[in-house]
Write a protein that binds this ligand. Structure first.
Ligand code: NAD
Length: 325
């Protein structure tokens, strides 16, 4: 049994990770600014505190063998691509990462996981929706399209430099659009699959819903259970270079919306409006992770969307009352 710290445990992926680590029999300390909104976490300790505070981090790393660092100031396109939150995103997330590494190392933590993002890949390789390049070695020359991506790139390098200079074990994943139940689905920080599921759930059959841009931008989406499995494999491996964790099942946003409508049994007209979209095309490149960890997603997008849609439909019902379907 290991003593594990999960930073960002009150969030979407961190919450799922705590459950997985507890199921494996580990002792888990969970830290977040907020309690988990949608579930009671099975953590041994939950510390509600701010990881930007040095005194907090100094304390929560005590007695810990491994840290999973997932806490970040983050959200969907409506939060990270408008430019309005750039200073906070960079300051908050970098401070958390600096504190975690500094105090973790001083306290004798030997192993760190860091959740980077596909947003660190250069914009110039993601202009063609049909042929984006997100191979791990395409990261440089760097040119992420958002400050969120630049901060991820900086922090990847920060973790890797601690590995080189202080001989701690470091594993870095570049997540590509993780989705599933128990994630933010409302309020402005939600990502595309959750936002689309909510809109479909709350729009009557025959109605109309808004999509940012022309909906022809491409992405791939990975179900959260698959993500957690890949993270655990990465953490137990000898791989110390950043790896993509994503799906290669690329779809347009219009196709994603059509999938959600089909699951709901509704026909809804898409109204394309101007809005933040991020890069034009993005897809995970899983060649390296498949070769080094033998991992690839086991289930199709449709299956994860079905589970996510049902969960969001239920949440919307609880929050907004009976839906018009
Ligand atoms: P999330 O927003 O649900 O979780 C992040 C958590 O960090 C939140 O609960 C938040 O309260 C917490 N946090 C933020 N600032 C904090 C602070 N100062 N002190 C303590 N806690 C703080 O996001 P998520 O989707 O679970 O993502 C987890 C990690 O994975 C993040 O680092 C994110 O950047 C990265 N990532 C996620 C995706 C995705 O598709 N979900 C894609 C790429 C990268």
């Amino acid at each position: 049994m290991k003593r594990i710290l999960v930073n960002g445990a009150g969030g979407f992926i961190g919450g799922h990770l705590v459950t997985r680590l507890k199921n494996e029999g580990h002792w888990v300390r969970a830290v977040d600014l907020k309690q988990h909104e949608y579930t009671q976490l099975p953590a041994d300790e939950f510390v509600q505190a701010d990881l930007r505070e040095q005194s907090v981090v100094k304390k929560v790393v005590e007695g810990i063998d491994e840290i999973y660092q997932l806490a970040a100031d983050m959200g969907g396109a409506g939060y990270i691509f408008t430019g309005e939150h750039d200073a906070d995103i960079m300051h908050n997330s970098a401070t958390i990462n600096l504190n975690t590494l500094h105090y973790g190392r001083l306290s004798g933590v030997k192993k760190f996981f860091y959740s980077s993002s596909a947003c660190m890949y250069p914009a110039y390789n993601q202009t063609d929706p049909d042929n984006p390049n997100c191979a791990e070695d395409s990261a440089y020359p760097a040119n992420p399209d958002s400050e969120y991506g630049w901060e991820k790139l900086f922090s990847e390098r920060l973790f890797l430099s601690y590995m080189r200079n202080y001989k701690v074990e470091v594993h870095v994943a570049r997540f590509h659009n993780i989705f599933g139940p128990l994630g933010t689905w409302d309020g402005g920080k939600e990502k595309a699959p959750a936002a689309i599921c909510r809109k479909v759930a709350m729009t009557p059959d025959g109605g109309e819903m808004e999509i940012w841009g022309d909906g022809e931008q491409t992405r791939s989406f990975l179900y959260v259970d698959e993500c957690v499995e890949a993270v655990r494999r990465l953490m137990d491996s000898q791989v110390s270079i950043p790896l993509n964790i994503g799906s290669e099942e690329k779809v347009t946003i219009n196709q994603l919306a059509a999938m959600a409508m089909e699951i709901a049994g509704k026909t809804i007209k898409l109204k394309h409006i101007p809005g933040p979209q991020g890069v034009r095309g993005r897809n995970s490149d899983n060649r390296l992770i498949e070769k080094s960890l033998g991992w690839k997603p086991s289930r199709p997008l449709r299956e994860g969307m079905e589970k996510t849609y049902r969960w969001i439909e239920k949440q919307a019902e609880i929050k907004y009352g009976v839906l018009t379907s």
